[in-house]
Design a protein. Sequence first.
Length: 335
Amino acid sequence: MKVKVAINGYGTIGKRVATAVNQQDDMEIVGVSKTRPTYEARDAVRQGYPLYVPEGAVQAFADAGIQVAGTVDDMIAAADIIVDCTPGNLSEEYKAKYAAAGKKAIWQGGEDHSLTGISFNAAANYKESWGAQFSRVVSCNTTGLLRTLFGIDREFGVRNAYVTIIRRSADPNDSKTGPINAIEPSVKLPTHHGPDVQSIMPWLSISTMAVKVPTTLMHVHTVVAELKEAPTTEQVKEVLRRSPRVRLVSSRDGIKSTAQAMDLARELGRTRGDMFEIVVWEDGIKMVGNTLYYYQAVNQESDVIPENIDCIRSMCKLEEDPAASIAKTDRAMGI
Ligand SMILES: NC(=O)c1ccc[n+]([C@@H]2O[C@H](COP(=O)([O-])OP(=O)(O)OC[C@H]3O[C@@H](n4cnc5c(N)ncnc54)[C@H](OP(=O)(O)O)[C@@H]3O)[C@@H](O)[C@H]2O)c1
C-alpha cells in the first residue's frame, strides 16, 4: 500500500515535492492546495492532482472555472502525511489541524526547529525522524551546509567552520522582491544559519554571515573550516565525491559560475531545470595545513526536494536504511 501524501501549499517548493512524490513507487499524491486561482492552480489540475482550497476560496475557484476536489480540511482527512509548503505564519494554525486529525506532517526551513523539535537531513540524521508525527526539513542553505560538512566532519573532524552565504535575492518566478541593484548585508550576527545547522549537528562549531545579491539562480557559500586533522586536498575531494547529493564541477570544464551550473541541470534534462545536488567547485577546494577552503552553490528551489521524500520514508517507516532511501529517491528522480 502506498503512503498517501498531501501537499499543503502548491508553490515553489510544494509543486516540486508533488513531482518527486509522483516519481516514487511507495507513495502517492492525494491532493495539493492553493488559495488563489492562478496559473499554478490550473497546472495542478492539468497534472491530475486533486486540488483543495480553503473553505472561503471555493467560490473564487468556481468563478475562475477551476474545478476543486474539496477543502483543505478534506485534503488533510484523506492523507497519511501532509508536506506543509505554506509560507510563514501559518504553522501554528495548521499544526493544530494536523494534530486534531491525528496526521503526520513535515514543515520546511522557513519554520523554526522549535515547531517540531526534530529537524531532518537524510545523510546526517535520517533515523531521528523515524516514526515521528512531526518533523522539519531544514532550509536550502542549511541543507547545503549539512551535505558537505557532515561527511568532512565525520572523516576529519571540523574544529571550527566559518561560512559566508551569498544569498539570491528572489526566486526566478518572483518579480516583487529585491534588491535589484545593491548588496545587502544581514546585520543580525551571527546569522541564523549556523544554529540551524546545529539543530542537526549540535556538536559542530560553525559561524555564519550573509549578504543578499541581485540574482535568482542560486546561493553561493564560501566555507573556511579548521579541521582536527590535516588531510590532503585530494582526500577531501574524495570525501565530497562520495557524499550523497553533492556534485563536483570544475571551472576548467566551463562551469565558472551559477549560470553554467544551472545550465548543466537543464542539459541533464532535469524537471524544471532543477539542480538537486550541492555544486562544489573541485578546482576551488584547497587544504592549507589543517585549514580547508571551498565554494559551493545551492539551487534554493530544489535541493530540499529529495530530503522531503526521504523524510516521508523515515516518518512513515518505509525504509530503515538511510542509504537505501537516498538511493531509491535519487534513482526515481534521476539524480
Ligand atoms: N523558495 C525557496 O527558495 C525555499 C527554499 C527552501 C525552503 N523554503 C521554504 O518552503 C516554504 C514554502 O516556500 P515557497 O517558496 O514554496 O513559498 P511560495 O512559493 O510562496 O508557495 C507557498 C504556497 O502556499 C500556499 N498558501 C498560502 N496560504 C495558504 C493557506 N492558508 N493554506 C494553504 N496554502 C496556502 C500558496 O498558495 P497561493 O499562491 O494560492 O496563496 C502557495 O502555493 C517556506 O517555509 C520556505 O521558507 C523555500
